[in-house]
Design a protein around this ligand. Structure first.
Ligand code: C5P
Length: 396
């Protein structure tokens, strides 16, 4: 996957810079062309001579090459690259990247890069866990940088903890896998619902469910990686918006989710209804907090919520795809097929709550995908990120 690819390897000033040599060797071995860009501090840890010998190219560090006065164009470099990987990425460089502080050739190149950027943080555990570093990492994630998380282990300081740069083999593997991702959803617009809904009883209480939003967010991330433009209509969850072309619309209740989906669906190529929408909402929401002292025993009257998937099923036009989920506890198969027909879906993804590896809150899911024309695909239990890829491969 890396054969003939143009990779910028950014090296910053951390002890782990010695491992960058191995990253460079592995990239070259895989057939990539590598341009090393190093920060001034990086040169204190590893010599440009080693790096230029292994890459077969002069190492870039300054805006101008001192003896010739040749200007190193960060813009050209940014256009040349198919991917940029900054490893190690120190706390200082991450902070500069997050804030656009372009005071060296590496950060300037990062700001000009049109390609996917990866960063492998490396620092002491306290620096890594500091709120400032964590804030910068979240910013970078939102800016679309793929972070290759540091591992737990022995650190140069003698301490043990999280902050040790991921191993070169793993970094190169992440890069290769990304390069292997097809861009087969380019130009497609996809609506995805995710998470639970909250139905208010009064200003401080609601009826909700255990959905974590993980499956829907994984689907949104994978669709975006494959080139789709995604509208993620999300119930209340604490998750960061996936990188890439993802428009997130936050809603609270089923009614709000319904209204957002009905408005968006006509412009979509497909909709994946992954949210665990509450089936009922309180008939009325009290204006002020309900007090036990003044009410005594109360009965909540619940009214059915609109079925969003079924509504989109009535709106569906030629060429649009509608995918629903069924989370069942018994008679799974029959219920799923009934839902598929009733809601006019093209596919239904069935997962059973009887399987401990499927359902709310767990990282894995085990699904069967049933199509409207009766075809069935059974999958073993897998990480939700991989399940998302299976769902996309079968349905989109
Ligand atoms: O009928 P049931 O709630 O089991 O159907 C599940 C499927 O329908 C899921 O895809 C879910 O997102 C969708 N749904 C919906 N609106 C509702 C209830 C469910 O879109 N009110």
């Amino acid at each position: 996957m890396l054969q003939g690819k143009h990779i910028i390897l950014g090296i910053t000033g951390g002890i782990a810079a010695y491992k960058s040599v191995q990253i460079l060797r592995l990239l070259r071995k895989a057939g990539a062309e590598v341009q090393v860009v190093i920060t001034p501090a990086g040169k204190e840890f590893i010599t440009p001579v080693t790096l230029s010998s292994l890459s077969g190219k002069p190492v870039i560090s300054e805006f101008f090459t001192a003896n010739t006065g040749v200007w190193n164009s960060h813009v050209d470099l940014g256009l040349w690259a198919d991917a940029m990987v900054i490893a190690p990425a120190t706390a200082s460089s991450l902070a500069k990247m997050a804030n656009g502080v372009a005071d060296n050739m590496l950060i300037t190149t990062y700001l000009s890069a049109k390609c996917q950027v990866f960063a492998a943080p490396a620092m002491d555990l306290d620096m890594y866990s500091h709120p400032s570093t964590q804030r910068n990492l979240r910013t970078l994630e939102q800016d679309g940088v793929i972070l290759i998380e540091p591992a737990d282990g022995y650190l140069a300081s003698g301490l043990v903890g999280k902050g040790r740069m991921e191993e070169p083999e793993q970094i190169v593997k992440v890069l290769a896998e990304h390069m292997a991702t097809p861009r087969d959803l380019e130009g497609k617009k996809i609506l995805i619902t995710a998470g639970p809904t909250h139905e208010n009883i009064d200003p401080v209480r609601f009826i909700g469910n255990y959905s974590s939003g993980k499956m829907g967010y994984s689907l949104a991330a994978r669709c975006a990686e494959r080139g789709a433009e995604v509208w993620l209509v999300s119930g209340p969850v604490s998750r960061t918006t996936p990188a890439g072309n993802v428009h997130r619309i936050d809603v609270t209740s089923a009614r709000e989710m319904h209204d957002a989906c009905v408005e968006l669906f006509p412009g979509m190529d497909a909709a994946i209804m992954c949210a665990a929408v509450a089936d009922y909402a309180p008939a009325e929401c009290a204006d002020s907090k309900i007090k036990r002292e003044s009410t005594g025993e109360i009965t909540l009257r619940l009214v059915p919520n609109p079925d969003i998937a079924a509504k989109l099923g009535t709106m569906k036009r030629e060429g649009q795809k509608l995918i629903g989920f069924a989370l069942e506890t018994n008679n799974e198969h029959a219920h799923a097929i009934d839902k598929l027909r009733r809601k006019n879906l093209d596919f239904i993804v069935l997962n059973s709550l009887r399987n401990p590896k499927a359902g709310f809150g767990v990282d894995t899911n085990q699904v069967t995908i049933i199509s409207a024309d009766g075809e069935e695909h059974d999958f073993p239990a897998k990480d939700k990120n991989i399940v998302a890829t299976d769902i996309i491969d079968v349905t989109l």
